[in-house]
Ligand binder design. Structure first.
Ligand SMILES: [Zn+2]
Length: 168
């Protein structure tokens, strides 16, 4: 499963790249939404209850209807949708929950064999939602993920320090 740092960093970067400057405060404030989906672990329907396509669609629709708060809803939608999408690449999600109980997945990997051959994997579709997903398992953050977070955090400290120097 993609760990929390990946879930945080990927949409954060994407949103910061495409957003207007005035929306950056929403992007930072709504960042916890990037990992909120995993709280469905606590209600025994992990990868289903909060890992479906309907929540981001509802947020997107709200953004289209409520013009005044549009950036807020769209940013929230991107955070939840990116979580769902990344989990599709990491095992699968019950994308159409509660209408259909199959797990939508995408497998796309590139590996190097011992003979130095490149091995592509690309597969997608629906697989059975097995009991293993109903209870949480695995890392919240693996070692590489934690290292990545430290790296990004240090970059943030450098940026803040540079801004402070500029302000003096
Ligand atoms: Zn998840």
């Amino acid at each position: 499963m993609p760990d929390w740092p990946i879930h945080l960093i990927v949409p954060l970067l994407a949103l910061l790249i495409v957003s207007k400057k005035e929306n950056q405060k929403y992007i930072l404030l709504l960042l916890p939404l990037a990992v909120i989906s995993d709280f469905d672990t606590f209600v025994t329907q992990h990868r289903a209850l909060l890992h479906n396509i309907f929540i981001p669609l509802l947020l997107l629709l709200s953004g289209l209807l409520i013009k005044k708060e549009r950036p807020l809803f769209i940013i929230a939608s991107v955070y939840i949708a990116s979580h769902v999408l990344l989990d599709m690449f990491g095992g699968g999600v019950v994308l159409l929950y509660p209408l259909y109980n199959g797990m939508a997945f995408i497998d796309a990997s590139l590996a190097m064999s011992q003979k130095n051959d490149l091995l592509w994997t690309f597969d997608y579709g629906f697989r059975h939602y097995d009991k293993g997903w109903e209870t949480a398992y695995g890392y919240i953050s693996d070692s590489t993920g934690t290292g990545a977070m430290v790296f990004v955090f240090l970059a943030g400290v450098c940026a803040a320090y540079r801004n402070r120097l500029r302000a003096i």
